[in-house]
Design a protein around this ligand. Structure first.
Ligand code: ZN
Length: 187
């Protein structure tokens, strides 16, 4: 039984039990994390030309918004634009439990003369105490509230569970390298 509310669906990439396929002929925008463990095309069984996949750290919609608007209004002038957006956050995400202060402090250590520039960046962290359910719901709500979102757009939220084996592999490889990143980036 899922502990998540009905508007946030839990996907299980390992079993593929709960992973929805994009209906044939449908056009969707999938916003998800840039984490290499997520094979978006295979997981959602996407066909070529069926989706715009927008990836960034955490899969945050504010970061993807410019591309969402372009996808819906300008990219396919001879076809109807995408009217469905899937927001997919995932377990084991490096952005979970982070703060802007953490990123700014660590980056300022590397670039001490660029503090002002660094402080201007919103890294869109999934803050400590914020669950994946919270982050997905916040992004879905934020997107639905945008006046430039195409009228009639359906926005769905999902939580993708990284397969256990992959998560363990990632953890051990993190211990060997990536020291230049803040320690809390390696969940
Ligand atoms: Zn992630």
């Amino acid at each position: 039984m899922s502990n998540y509310p009905a508007d946030v669906e839990v996907l299980d990439a390992e079993s593929q039990r709960n992973v929805p396929a994009v209906p044939e002929g449908a056009r969707v925008i999938i916003v998800t994390c840039m984490d290499c463990r997520i094979d978006v095309w295979a997981t959602f069984r996407l066909q070529p030309r069926q989706a715009h996949v927008l990836r960034n750290a955490g899969g945050r919609v504010k970061d993807a918004f410019r591309s969402i608007i372009l996808s819906q209004h300008f990219v396919q002038p001879t076809e109807p634009g995408s009217t469905e957006v899937w927001v997919v956050h995932h377990t084991g995400c490096g952005m979970k439990g982070t703060t802007n202060a953490d990123f700014r402090e660590d980056l300022t250590k590397i670039y001490p003369t660029h503090e002002a520039c660094i402080n201007d960046i919103d890294f869109l962290p999934i803050a400590p105490g914020m669950s994946l359910e919270d982050s997905v719901r916040a992004d879905v709500k934020w997107l639905k509230d945008q006046p430039l979102l195409r009228e009639g757009t359906t926005v769905k939220g999902y939580i993708y569970h990284i397969p256990r084996l992959e998560a363990v592999t990632q953890e051990s490889s993190d211990k060997r390298g990536w020291q230049q990143f803040p320690a809390n980036l390696n969940v």
